[in-house]
Design a binder for this molecule. Structure first.
Ligand code: AMP
Length: 284
């Protein structure tokens, strides 16, 4: 496996492989890889001839008061993990390599959904994500790209961007990988103290309870939502949002009942201590 740091050298490495008809899979990450990223890499290795894992802590998707500076960095360990799963390349460019002129003047935005849910609390976040993901698609020329459902709004927006802008790439969703306890794996879990980590199970437990209630016939949007809110509050978490939204459109189901054709997903963001965690569960 090769670690590549420049756009030119990645293109030089991948173009001949593409010419030989080899399929290229891309797994975009911000590093501090864990088994959740591992599942994405594995899916790419299974499907594609060549797998590229990008490790890039993208500054333009972080707000001023967010955790860019303290985000965990460990390229060597990341490369080892990627290699052990069968990745062929790790692409780890510097910020200067990706943004040689400072913040880009041209950015990709989803005008409809960028200000909802996570976007409402992280202004500019999704345009930073869509812009860097577009760049990675164009740099790699990948045929397939892999994203986790952990970041549900993100994968939804990327699928929509690919459709809207005719990117010639197939997006694959990978299910959330959880600890045995239920906690969704995240690089940010490293910020949690043991005590906060134990309390943060309030999120996944609440989601599980809401799904169980749905499976037992509960269709009231507020009841489903409140099950999750209560579980987070009972564990002294701070709710940022809990919303029951459409899997198809990401629009919110307001109070009322879910109909038989309403495919819903519950999106959650909550703080435990200073750490913001997100999670979700599909209801059918
Ligand atoms: P990140 O490094 O946090 O930007 O994540 C890179 C990719 O890994 C994104 O597509 C995430 O959705 C995905 N990912 C992160 N955590 C998990 C998880 N627990 N299960 C599945 N995918 C994940």
């Amino acid at each position: 496996m090769q670690i590549i740091k420049t756009i030119d050298s990645l293109r030089q490495a991948l173009k001949p492989l593409a010419k030989q008809g080899k399929s290229i899979g891309l797994v975009p990450t911000m590093g501090a890889l864990h088994a959740g990223h591992g599942a994405l890499i594995k899916a790419s290795v299974n499907d594609c001839d060549v797998t590229v894992v990008s490790v890039f802590l993208n500054p333009i998707q972080f707000g001023k008061n967010e955790d860019l500076d303290k985000y965990p960095k460990r390229l060597e360990a990341d490369a080892k993990l990627a290699e052990s799963i069968g990745a062929d390349f790790v692409f780890a460019p510097s910020v200067e390599e990706m943004y040689p002129d400072g913040d880009p003047l041209t950015m990709v935005r989803d005008e409809a959904l960028e200000s909802l849910y996570c976007g409402a609390y992280r202004p500019g976040h999704f345009r930073g994500v869509l812009t860097v993901v577009s760049k990675l698609f164009l740099i790699s020329g990948a045929d397939h790209a892999y994203f986790g459902e952990k970041d549900y709004q993100q994968v939804f927006l990327i699928e929509r961007m690919v459709k809207d802008l005719c990117f010639d790439i197939q997006i694959h969703r990978v299910k959330i990988v959880r600890e045995e306890s239920g906690l969704a794996l995240s690089s940010r879990n490293e910020y949690l103290t043991d005590e906060e980590k134990a309390r943060s199970l309030g999120i996944s437990l609440g989601l599980k309870q809401a799904k169980e209630a749905y499976d037992a016939g509960e269709r009231g949007v507020m009841k489903i939502r409140d099950t999750v809110v209560k579980s987070i509050l009972a564990n002294r978490g701070q709710v940022q949002f809990v919303e029951v939204v459409s899997q198809k459109t990401l629009q919110k189901f307001n109070a009322g009942m879910l109909g038989p054709d309403d495919k819903a997903v519950i999106l959650v963001a909550a703080f435990f201590g200073k750490t913001r965690l997100i999670d979700n569960i599909e209801l059918n």
